[in-house]
Design a protein around this ligand. Structure first.
Ligand SMILES: CC(C)(COP(=O)(O)OP(=O)(O)OC[C@H]1O[C@@H](n2cnc3c(N)ncnc32)[C@H](O)[C@@H]1OP(=O)(O)O)[C@@H](O)C(=O)NCCC(=O)NCCS
Length: 204
């Protein structure tokens, strides 16, 4: 599977209620907006997202590592981190990570929206776009997400996107220093027929 890093997904103004948003991978030129978004949203994201990059992901060194990692994963079909740009500002992210090919054809879904961009349907639109990308562009069969049961906003985003609840995974991820239980959700191509697929792939 080869998807160019220049791949773009446009989300119309009517969906986000603000400026039009473009979803795309990041390159070295995006370091400044990435650092700014990570710094500005650090407190907003800390209670909900796994902190695997150390305490200050917005420093030049850490942000450059993040860009390089996302880029390598994209080019090696291991993950697709799509950042939501409103002009030159990053207002959110939706990522397909840990891509597994072969008998599984699956990936994990993660997402966040900037504190000041919440409550306008942006996360719902980002997840919808990522699911379409996963099935129609990346040729995946399954997208899985894990959410802490108290993250009501995230639960609603998945429900609005037709994700099925599959069960509770105990002590699943370390969030803000604690092993947190997560509810597992998934969608496969079959869940809403094959409408995501281009006509030439509808016989899979
Ligand atoms: C969770 C998050 C992604 C939601 O983003 P958002 O753009 O505000 O979500 P949307 O505007 O698309 O809202 C989707 C639905 O969730 C509801 N919702 C959003 N936040 C909510 C909250 N805190 N409590 C209850 N419902 C909430 C909205 O009302 C909407 O439902 P509706 O259309 O029936 O009214 C965002 O708050 C965020 O980035 N949180 C921190 C990171 C995070 O939790 N990521 C997910 C980890 S699993």
């Amino acid at each position: 599977m080869r998807i160019p890093l220049s791949h773009r997904i446009a989300i119309a103004e009517s969906v986000t209620g603000t400026a039009p948003v473009v979803l795309r991978g990041v390159v070295e030129e995006d370091l400044a907006p990435l650092r700014s978004a990570l710094k500005k949203n650090a407190e907003h994201l800390a209670p909900w997202t796994p902190a695997v990059r150390g305490p200050m992901p917005w420093t030049l060194v850490e942000a450059a590592r993040t860009v390089a990692r996302h880029r390598a994963e994209w080019e090696e079909d291991r993950g697709y981190a799509l950042f939501a740009f409103a002009g030159t500002t990053i207002v959110g992210k939706v990522a397909l990570s840990h891509v597994v090919r072969g008998a599984m054809e699956g990936a994990y879904l993660g997402y966040w929206v900037a504190g000041d961009a919440q409550g306008r349907g942006l996360a719902t639109a980002l997840v919808a776009a990522a699911v379409r990308f996963a099935f129609a562009t990346a040729g995946l069969h399954r997208v899985q997400a894990a959410v802490m049961p108290r993250n009501l906003g995230s639960l609603r985003v998945l429900a609005k996107n037709g994700f099925r609840e599959e069960g509770l995974a105990l002590r699943y991820l370390q969030i803000a220093g604690r092993w947190e239980d997560h509810t597992i959700f998934a969608r496969t191509v079959e869940d809403d027929g094959d409408s995501h697929l281009s006509p030439d792939r509808r016989t899979r």
